[in-house]
Design a protein around this ligand. Structure first.
Ligand code: PMV
Length: 321
C-alpha cells in the first residue's frame, strides 16, 4: 500500500498570533511571523491499510488516544476527502524533543502529518495548499512548511518572508519542563478572548508589531527584531494573564532575569515565550556560546537546545501501491 514519510521542524513566533478570527477553518485573528528551527525534528509516517477499520496513531512509541488521536484523524479525514478515498491509515510520529509542552510540537507534528498524508493518499499539492490543510489543525503549523522566516496572514495563508541566512540569528531553547503544558493554546486563546480586559488592545497592537518584525527582518536589523519580539511576547502573555491564563513558572522568570542581566552587560539578547514555560532566547551567532553557558547555569533550566533558522517541511520517502 502507499505510504509517505515527512519531516518538519517547529517554528517559534517572533510576532505572535493569539486569538482566532474564525473557529471554523482555524483562522488567526492577527498576523504572525516565525522562524523555522533547524535541529529539532518531527518525523511522521503515514501508511495506508485497506484492511483496517480505524486509523491508528503511535506517538513517541505509545499508542495515542483521546485528543491527540482525534486531531490527527480530523486532519487525515480532510486529506481523504480531497483524495476521494476512505482507506484508513497507520500513523507513526516521533519528536526528538518534548511533545505538547509549548515547544511547538503541534506545529511540526501537523506539518509533517499533512505532508506525509497528502503523499500517501496520492495528492500532489503545493506548499501553501498543504499548509492550509495543516492550519485547520494548528494554525502555527502552516508556518513550518517554509524555510527561514515565515508569515501567516488573517486569511489563514502562509508564505516565506526571508531565507534562513537572512540574519545571523540563533535561538537557544531553554527547556524548563518535560511535561505537557497546563493549558492548551486553543483553550487559552478562547479564555483570553472571553475574559481578558486587554484582549482588544492585543488585537489592535499585534498587527503593528508584526509590521515592525517584518521590517526588521527585511533590513537585517537584529536589535529591532529582538525589541519587537519581546513586545509581542509580553503583550500576548499580559493579555492572557489578565484572563487568568498563565504559562510562566519560576524557571521562566529566572531565564528572563538572566537575559536582562546579559543585556545590562552589553549583549544584544532577547526572549520570547509561547504557550508553555520554556524560554526561547534570541541571540547573534557571535554571542551564542557565552549566552548558552549562562542559560545552562540558570536554576530550573533542564537543558538548552541550540538552534538556528532551518528548512521547511519536506517528504523524505514515499511509496506508491
Ligand atoms: O496554532 P497553535 O495552536 O499552535 O497556537 C500557537 C500559539 C503561539 O505559539 C503562542 C503563538 C504563535 O503564533 O505560534
Amino acid at each position: 500500500m502507499s505510504s509517505g514519510r515527512a519531516i518538519a521542524h517547529p517554528n517559534i513566533a517572533i510576532a505572535k498570533y493569539w486569538g482566532k478570527k474564525a473557529i471554523s477553518g482555524n483562522i488567526p485573528a492577527v498576523p504572525s511571523l516565525s522562524v523555522t528551527l533547524a535541529g529539532m525534528t518531527t518525523t511522521t509516517d503515514v501508511e495506508l491499510d485497506a484492511a483496517a477499520k480505524i486509523d491508528t496513531l503511535v506517538l513517541d512509541g505509545e499508542d495515542a488516544r483521546g485528543d491527540a488521536l482525534t486531531r490527527a484523524v480530523a486532519l487525515v479525514d480532510r486529506v481523504r476527502m480531497r483524495a476521494g478515498s476512505n482507506v484508513r491509515a497507520r500513523i507513526t510520529s516521533t519528536n526528538d524533543f518534548p511533545t505538547a509542552s509549548g515547544l511547538a510540537s503541534s506545529a511540526s507534528g501537523f506539518a509533517a502529518l499533512a505532508l506525509a498524508a497528502t503523499r500517501a493518499y496520492g495528492l500532489d499539492l503545493d506548499a501553501a495548499d498543504v499548509a492550509s490543510l495543516a492550519r485547520e489543525s494548528s494554525a502555527s503549523a502552516a508556518r513550518s512548511f517554509f524555510s527561514g522566516f515565515a508569515a501567516l496572514d488573517t486569511d489563514g495563508v502562509a508564505h516565506q518572508v526571508a531565507p534562513p541566512d537572512q540574519l545571523d540569528l540563533r535561538v537557544l531553547v531553554c527547556v524548563t519542563s518535560e511535561g505537557p503544558k497546563a493549558v492548551g493554546s486553543t483553550s487559552g486563546m478562547i479564555v483570553t478572548a472571553k475574559n481578558s480586559p486587554f484582549h482588544a488592545t492585543w488585537l489592535a497592537i499585534a498587527p503593528r508589531i508584526f509590521d515592525d518584525v517584518e521590517a526588521a527582518i527585511r533590513t537585517k536589523d537584529f536589535e529591532r527584531l529582538g525589541v519587537a519580539a519581546e513586545a509581542s511576547a509580553f503583550a500576548m502573555h499580559g493579555a492572557a494573564l489578565a484572563a487568568g491564563v498563565s504559562y510562566f513558572t519560576d524557571a521562566t522568570h529566572a531565564v528572563i532575569g538572566e537575559v536582562r542581566a546579559l543585556r545590562n552587560e552589553g549583549m544584544l539578547v532577547f526572549v520570547t515565550m509561547d504557550a508553555g514555560p520554556h524560554v526561547k532566547v534570541l541571540v547573534l551567532e557571535s554571542d551564542r556560546a557565552k549566552c548558552a553557558e549562562r542559560m545552562e547555569s540558570v536554576p530550573g533550566v533542564l537543558r538548552v537546545i541550540q538552534t538556528r533558522p532551518g528548512e521547511g517541511a519536506k517528504i523524505v520517502e514515499e511509496t506508491a501501491s
